[in-house]
Design a protein around this ligand. Sequence first.
Ligand code: DGL
Length: 269
Amino acid sequence: MKNYAIGVFDSGMGGLTAVKELNTLLPNEDIIYFGDTARVPYGSRSRETVLKYAQQDVEFLKKHKIKMIIAACGTVSSVVGTSSLAGDLPFTGVIHPAVQAACAATRNNRIGVIGTPATIKSGYYAKAIKSVNPHVKVIGSACPLFVHLVENGYIQRDNQITILAAKEYLEPVIRENVDTLILGCTHYPVIRDIIADIAGPDVTLISSGAEAAKYAYNSLIEKNLLSDREEKGKNTFYVSDSVSLFEENAGNFLGHPVNGDVFSCSLGD
Ligand code: DGL
């Protein structure tokens, strides 16, 4: 089982920000990634629909030889809460790892959270932060356009459309003098520069996907499940929409061209 793959899924390409971190932390591990690119975004859908899609995503990953599942999607993680979708397999979402990092980083006990409408509406980040430190004030802001802007490549640091949207979404959070900001959706690190320019140098940005990858790393060590192979692991990507569209845009998330085979698959309705 040690040399089975780590399964990672997201509604689209955002979860690749977790894969990027996993490839750095655990270069010998195989990764199987599923991106539900035909049904992205999840963040504007109902709780029931997100849960149904997430269960299908997990079932798909479980058809492969995997030893752990990471829901590298803030929306899915906020709907699932503390329960596991993966049965007996080790499982993590992105919220608890990001919350631990943010609570360790804040100095003034004021944490901002940005995410999809579903994530912010769930209130799950605030609840998780309060359970770690009840003295923290949490200021959330939903950013409904960000996933579309990122998936469509509006990501350059001087992109005026994305800057305008980011100012609108971040202003109520920054006004509250937060010193730590959780990027509660795994798509957002791709526009990290824009967010950092608006938030200013005194605000620590926490990437939820990268924190989930670090959590997975520690959890595999703890469970004695790290691969013992000596050669480099391989990435395999599955998407529910076009392979070529994925290959065109995935580099924005990974920081380099796609490093693995990409296959198209269908999950049903
Ligand atoms: N990467 C997903 C998240 O973290 C995007 C959500 C969506 O599909 O709306 O929430």
